[in-house]
Design a protein around this ligand. Sequence first.
Ligand code: HEC
Ligand code: HEC
Ligand code: HEC
Ligand code: HEC
Length: 484
Amino acid sequence: MTKRFAFLALITGIAMMVFAACQAATPVPVMEVSEPVNVPAATEAPVEAAPALTGDAVRGGRLYDKWTVELGVDVPEGDHPLWATQTTNTRSGSDTWRCKECHGWDYKGAEGAYGSGSHLTGFVGVMGVSGKDANEILGILKGSSNPDHDFSAYMDDQALTDLALFLSEKLVDYAAVINPAAGKTFFEENCIDCHGPQGLALNFGNAEEPEYQGTIAIDNPWEFLNKTRFGQPGFPEMPSLDDAGVTDEELDDLLAYVASFPTSAPVSEGGVLYDNWMKAMGVDVPATDQPLFATQTTNTRTGADTWRCKECHGWDYKGVDGAYGSGSHKTGFKGLLDAAAMSAEDLTAWLNGTKNPDHNFTGEGMLGDAQVEMMVAFLKSDKIEASAFVNEDKTIAGGDTERGKLIFEFYCATCHGEDGRTYNFGDAAEPEFVGTVAADNPWEFVHKVNYGQPSAIMPSGINMEWTLQDIIDLLTYAQSLPAN
Ligand code: HEC
Ligand code: HEC
Ligand code: HEC
Ligand code: HEC
């Protein structure tokens, strides 16, 4: 941990503590198995050992996963008879017949990954039979320990033998090879500050093809490992783990953990589309102005602006009832806060011109199905009502400048500089910096900090899990930064 990173504890300390507490406080209820496991004791071994079984242990591994599919047979009617002896896992039907559902992918049952969460059954693992005589295991599969655990009516002898051989010979304690839990701790210590808890804060792709940490870890683990070990060209602030003496084991754990991250973040993706979908997708601006723009005369912009959702509906999503109710941006068009209550079908119909042919944003070079879904997710999401904090003169009520300064210096200064002037979003004649946006258009500031910047690598606050207060504090401080 570098010293800079120690700020995190200060800023998000409470959130992290709550998070940690939730994790620690969740009891791991281990269910009593109604009928005790009754594996024949070793001393009962027959004087003459049964002949060694022959079969395909690898096929057994697939049968363990989903024997009905591997054998091409129908799933038995109803639930597995042992299913009713537990209540925590509420699945039904085919899942209840899968070995993995009761005994876990890690073969550890209640003692492993299925020891909590929706897959919890409380049933024992199968690790205990690893290395045992396959004949003994075959017996268990035929009900020797519990008649309800007899699978011989559903599978032929060879299938049961293959399963027994698999359990005897092939079980591996994956925790000894990879340990995603250790990867999680490692990630939280080294990466979370910039990439967010689920690796979704920075989109390395665009709205056409989003790319997050999870995407790279899955699609291209070699790239992930190279960048993680040596750093990111052009962005020296991202630490090189190699310099920090990372071990291969730590890298494996990290990769295993990050590969479990989601690979899409529809709400923030929709948010940047709302800002400027042409820029966010990297497509050309349509040749003519948006047709509805001609139905008003107060806003005299042309071209790309006429196609931006924000230009007609506002940074505050309130249209004519909000900040764009007067001034050069006024169109008189309605806001979209009520649209959050509309169905996905209705919202889609608004976006593809079904509701109003002049309100069509789909087709060649425009939003595709995936982008419409992102937009709908954004429209339906809760949005920050920044107006509640913006005074008549655009100063901010209820913000803590000192706290905002800490957040800015920790999260924004790396790219924008201590004074917010590294990037000029305007031009030489009319410069626009972080301070300018914060002072002139607090609603725009809040939108961009929340959802990110189209086609630029900038963190999205909602994927950093920043609170409303974090954003308001940040905005308050940003207003004190130089505006020109
Ligand atoms: C509906 C849940 C369920 C399903 C499905 C299930 N089991 Fe079990 N299994 C149990 C329970 C409960 C026990 C222990 C109870 C007992 O033997 O009375 C057990 C015990 C075992 C044991 C003995 C473990 C030990 O250490 O004694 C083995 C081996 C086993 N199961 C293998 C399998 C295989 C292979 C499959 C898939 C064909 C399978 N089980 C499907 C619930 C299930
Ligand atoms: C100080 C902030 C920061 C920290 C800490 C950080 N990163 Fe990054 N990371 C970035 C930024 C910013 C980029 C994108 C830079 C660019 O391309 O302009 C990036 C890019 C990446 C990329 C490459 C994406 C691509 O396709 O170009 C990977 C992979 C990555 N980070 C992994 C990690 C991992 C794993 C950790 C923790 C061990 C980590 N990062 C820690 C800021 C950070
Ligand atoms: C050129 C101005 C303009 C642009 C750009 C624009 N809209 Fe609209 N939007 C309107 C007008 C005008 C209406 C009302 C039309 C009507 O009643 O037929 C509307 C209606 C809507 C509605 C229905 C609202 C309701 O309460 O009935 C939604 C949802 C919507 N727009 C979303 C968007 C999204 C998302 C974008 C960006 C992809 C966007 N709009 C871009 C002008 C615009
Ligand atoms: C990893 C780098 C990075 C970080 C961290 C970052 N930004 Fe940005 N930001 C950018 C880039 C790149 C742009 C686009 C610059 C351009 O268009 O010239 C941008 C644009 C902006 C804009 C909008 C400019 C406009 O009008 O189009 C604002 C406002 C902004 N950032 C605020 C912030 C704040 C506040 C933070 C901290 C919470 C932050 N940024 C963190 C890279 C970053």
